[in-house]
Design a protein around this ligand. Structure first.
Ligand code: DC
Length: 220
């Protein structure tokens, strides 16, 4: 088993930005597990799957070959051999991933892949169930949160910078709905592991959060 840092928390808390900085500073590989659930969602959309139908989801899992590579320090997700990075961040894929990631068989397949990757290398892995299910023996577990309004404001700024039209109240309502689904689902709901350190990033800079995680790791 390699060394690992597990970072869990709701969408928009800054997990991926912070995990990237921490992994770079420590020389670990960063694994964004949300991107794997998103790649699975891209697959389900391309197969025309109805997300409310578990049988349809389950009969399309085996035909999704998902793997992770790294190019120029960036994680690349391959779906059946194709780099799908540019297709992962749409609202359609976010909504589909939130639904299909609740399926136990989808999770079983992706968790196995994640555990395999952490066996051979030192990783910073982020997601929802990393400290609780994927890497229960991780040396350092972080539960990263931020208030819903703060997270909505961050997302709003990103979209405005991209030139997209959006409404902050709708974004906040969307975040709340997704949090609720992630936290109340039957399979591996988002929750803080008993031995995780909780960090509220609402009023901290990215660097402050990253430095805190690195100092917590160095204290171990
Ligand atoms: O972190 P993200 O927004 O890219 O994740 C996409 C979806 O996948 C989100 O609805 C939560 C889900 N997810 C999960 O269930 N377990 C993980 N380890 C990572 C993400």
């Amino acid at each position: 088993m390699g060394s690992s840092i597990a970072i869990d928390g709701p969408a928009g808390a800054g997990k991926s930005t912070i995990a990237k900085i921490v992994s770079k500073k420590l020389g670990f590989i960063y694994i964004d597990t949300g991107a794997m659930y998103r790649a699975m969602a891209v697959h389900m959309i391309s197969k025309g799957v109805d997300a409310s139908d578990a049988d349809q989801i389950e009969s399309n899992i085996d035909s999704a070959d998902i793997s992770i590579g790294h190019e120029n320090g960036e994680q690349v997700v391959y779906l059946n051999g194709e780099n799908v990075n540019s297709r992962l961040r749409t609202e359609e894929v976010s909504a589909m991933a939130s639904k299909t990631s609740a399926n136990a068989k989808v999770r079983e397949k992706l968790v196995e892949l994640q555990q395999k990757m952490a066996k051979t290398t030192n990783v910073v892995m982020d997601g929802r169930d990393i400290g609780t299910v994927v890497l229960p023996d991780s040396e350092l577990k972080i539960y990263l949160t931020a208030g819903t309004r703060v997270r909505a404001e961050r997302r709003y700024k990103e979209l405005i910078e991209k030139g997209e039209n959006c409404n902050i109240d709708e974004i906040e309502a969307d975040i709340k709905e997704r949090d609720h689904r992630d936290m109340t689902r039957e399979n591996s709901p988002l929750k803080k592991a008993d031995d995780a350190v909780e960090i509220d990033s609402s009023y901290m800079t990215i660097e402050e959060v990253a430095d805190k995680i690195i100092s917590l790791y160095n204290e171990k």
